[in-house]
Design a protein. Sequence first.
Length: 563
Amino acid sequence: MLEASEFVIQSLIEEGKLVASDVEKIRQCAQENMFGVDEAALKLGLVEARDIALAKAIVCEYPFVDLEMFDIDIAKSRLMPKSMAERIQAFPLFVTGEIATVAMHEPLDLQSLDELRQTIRLQIDPVVVDRHKLSSLITRAYSLDTGAEIEIDDTEELVISIDQEPIVAAVNQILYSAAEMNASDIHVNPDDKVLHLRYRVDGALATFRGPAISLHEGIIQRLKVMAHLDVAQTRRPQDGKFRFIFSGQPIDVRLSLIPTIHGENAVLRLLSSASKIGKIASLGMPSAIVESFEKMITKPHGMVLVTGPTGSGKTTTLYTALNQINTPERNIMTIEDPVEIRLPMIRQVQANASIGLDFATALRSMLRQDPDVILVGEIRDSETAKIATQAALTGHLVFSTLHTNDAVGAVPRLRDFEVPAFAINNALLGVLAQRLARRICGECAVEDSPTDRELKSLGIDPAAGDTFMTGNGCSKCMNTGYKGRVGIYELFTASAEVRDLIETNASFKNLVDAAHRSGMRSMLHCGIENARMGVTTLEEVNKLHATVDEAVMEEPTQMKMSA
C-alpha cells in the first residue's frame, strides 16, 4: 500500500499538482500521523481529494468515477454492513449480472477485495472515487437505511424503511440531501416531462438532478401522509408540517402544496432546531451593536423591533434574544404564524385566523397571562401595533418584526399604523435592521480586483488601497464561490435628539440624519466592513445597496465611509 501511495505522489508531481519540494513535508506528516503519503498530502492541503483519486486511478489502472454524475441507488447499502463500508471505505454502486461495481478508496487492497467478494457474493469491479464524496455517500445511504426517524407530530413517529423503495427512498434522499447541504428550502417542481429539484442554499436556488417524473405523484402523496394532509385533494392548496431527524437533531419542515398545470408543486421550508440557537454574540453583529442590543433586551419594559425583508434572519435574531434572556424568573410568551422553532420554557402560541385567533386577539389574551416578555411574530395591522405599543408602555418587554427597508423606517411605519407619536417615543427602545449576505468560501477565496468606478459607487476611496476578496468556485461550495451567510446590520436607538424629532413628527430624512449624528452606522457601512475583512464580496454588498432605497442608505457628508 505504501508503494502505491508513493506512485500516486509521483504521478501528482508529474501532473504539476505537487512540486518536488513538498515530498519531504508529506513524508514527515505521514510518519507522524501513521498513514499513507497520499493522505498526508491531503491533510496538508497541498492537493484536492479529487486530484488524489484521479492519480490513484492512473496508478492502479482502474476507472475513475465522479459520484456526482450518477444517480446512486442507496438500496445497495443492503449488500454490505455499515461497519464494513466505513472500515474499508467502499460502497456498491451498480450490479450487472454477476458483477458488482464498487466505489473504493484503496482498490489495490487485496484483503478488502476478498472480504467484499465473500460478503456480496459477486465478482468485484473496483472503481476509484473521491474519498470525501465516498464518505458522504456511505453516511447518507446508511443514515437513510437504518432507522432514521420522521416524527409526524408530537405523538406519532414513522420509521423510514428502505424496503418501501422507490417513493419513500426518494423522499428520504431529498430531505437528507437538503439537511446535509444546510438548505433552507426544497422546491419540487413538476414540468411537462421533467421533475425539477431545487434547493435554496445560502439564499440562492441551485438545481440538482431530480427523481424521474413518473415518481412525482407518489412523492407528493408521501409528503401529504407525512404532513397529515388530505391525500385525495389535488385541486386546492394545502399546508402542513412534520419533523425528521438528521444527525441526531430534529428538523421541522413546513410543507406547502399548490396545484399547477403539470401537477402539484411542493415547497418545503426546513427550520433549524432550538439546539442551533445560541447567544447574540454568535450572530456575527459588530461588537458595538452586540453591546447595545444586549442592553436593550434586558430592559424590564419597552419595545424592540427587528426589520427586514422575508428571509433576512429576523426570526433567528428574535429567537436568539429570547434564548439569551430565558430564565425561570421570566414568563416569556410568543404569538407566531407559524411557530418556527420550539423553545423550552417559553409558552408559544400558534396564530390561527380560521378560528379568529389572530395576532391582536391572541395578544389581548396573552396580557392576562402575567407575561414579562412577549414576542409578537409580526406587526401587520393598526390594531396589533397599538396593543403591542400599549403593552410596552405598561411594564412588558415586547419583541416584534416589521417589513421596512431600514431601521429608521420603523418610525413612519408605526405612524402609518396610527400609533401616536408620544407612544412611539416612550415605548421604542430600538430597531435592528438586517440582511443576509453570502460568505466567501474559505477553500477557494482569492483577491478581488474591483474597478475604481465600483468602489466609488459604494462610497469607498480607491486611493485607500483596501484589499477585497472573492471566491473562485470549487467542489466545496458547488462552484458558487460562497458557503454560508453573514448578517449585515444597523441599529437605531432613540437618542434625545431623535426623541424630540419623533415627538414633532419630523420627516424621515431628518430622523435618518439625527440617527447618524448619534452614532448609527448603516447596513452599507456594515457590509463594506465585512468585505474589507474578507468575509463577503463587494458583489454581495452591491446587492444589499440595490435592495435598499438610496435615500435610506445616504449618510451625512461627515459620515461617508473611507479608509
